[in-house]
Write a protein that binds this ligand. Structure first.
Ligand code: AMP
Ligand code: TRP
Length: 324
């Protein structure tokens, strides 16, 4: 069974990224062949800085390694270094309807947010489909916001297979049971999102920021600590974060805080997060001083990824009549 997922190298990782995506990656690398990609070509569809981009890409890789991705157990590589991604994206673009792309929620949101309707932003999901299909992927761990893109990926794979003969595996999304949508601390009706840094607890935040952000997190009316996302979105979000970092069921945490107030839950969560997030910060610092080690991991990942990608592309070219 093969697992593939990707992340943009832009901006800082927040606990939503960790709980909604990376934590699942860590579990998959233990049991399945796992391929993880830093999608730098997706990252340039919204404003970015070319001068610092290489540095950001290396930093982001170091951050994933700091989170626990293990180059002995998974392939980790940079998208733009394996040319097959853009080649396949072009080919898939020939069977993708413009209407299908215009319907995508993320496109509509980003177009508004960045006041740009560049073709790259519209075509973003085609490149994502190429990423996934190149590796004959079975499972794609993603957050809720990416499910629509995965549906399009499946549609394209089926269409391609129907038209040119069986070429691609049909991938399935994998969503964590809990944590697929971590909400903003200051507004629990909104998703925690890096496009709104004020909503985020960043994974590498210092203890003083953790404390400040958790203690000022918006809670709900009433006093009881119970998990009920509709009625109590604020407390439910904090309980979700607590449960995932403590690796304990929500029910148990509810019991632990029975009869206690919101402030107590928050204080305890601050302690937990300070402890659990410390190793991330420490490892990140270590790795940021070891650029050549990180580069070596990326080179090795690139070589392994290319072997799989080329094998799929050979088949695609043949099936499409582009080679004899
Ligand atoms: P992004 O930061 O949007 O590139 O997302 C990287 C990964 O983290 C994707 O799989 C997202 O679905 C996931 N993700 C982003 N924000 C959240 C959130 N607030 N809760 C859970 N997962 C998230
Ligand atoms: N579009 C994803 C996001 O915004 C990132 C991504 C690119 C991805 N290619 C992928 C995720 C392939 C999973 C599989 O988060």
């Amino acid at each position: 069974m093969r697992v593939f997922s990707g992340v943009r190298p832009t901006d800082k990782l927040h606990i939503g990224n960790y709980l909604g995506a990376i934590k699942q990656w860590l579990e998959f690398q233990e049991k399945s062949e796992s391929v993880f990609c830093i999608v730098d070509l997706h990252g340039i569809t919204t404003p970015y800085s070319p001068k610092s981009y290489q540095k950001e890409i290396l930093e982001k890789t170091a951050e994933y390694l700091a989170c626990g991705l293990d180059p002995e157990k998974c392939i980790i590589f940079i998208q733009s270094r394996v040319k097959e991604h853009t080649e396949l994206a072009w080919l898939l673009g020939t069977i993708c309807q413009v209407g299908e792309l215009q319907r995508m929620t993320q496109y509509k949101e980003k177009r508004q947010q960045h006041k740009s309707a560049a073709a790259g932003l519209l075509n973003y999901p085609i490149l994502m489909a190429a990423d996934i299909l190149l590796y004959q992927t079975d499972i794609v761990p993603i957050g809720k916001d990416q499910v629509q893109h995965l549906e399009l990926t499946k549609t394209l794979a089926k269409k391609f297979n129907a038209r040119f003969g069986k070429t691609f595996k049909i991938p399935e999304p994998f969503l964590p049971k809990l944590g697929a949508k971590i909400m903003a601390l200051n507004d629990p009706k909104k998703k925690m999102s890096k496009s709104m840094p004020e909503t985020c607890l960043f994974l590498f935040d210092e203890p003083k920021d953790i404390k400040k952000k958790i203690m000022s997190a918006v809670t709900d009316t009433g006093k009881t600590i119970e998990y009920d996302p509709k009625r109590k979105p604020g407390i439910s979000n904090l309980l979700t974060i607590y449960s995932l970092f403590a690796d304990e069921p929500i029910k148990k945490i509810e019991k632990q805080f029975q009869g206690k107030g919101y402030a107590e839950l928050k204080k305890s969560l601050v302690k937990l997060l300070e402890k659990e997030m410390e190793p991330f910060r420490r490892k990140r610092k270590e790795l940021l001083n070891r650029n050549s080690y990180v580069e070596e991991i990326l080179n090795q990942g690139e070589r392994k990824a290319r072997v799989i990608a080329q094998s799929t592309m050979n088949d695609v070219y043949k099936k499409m009549g582009l080679t004899g």
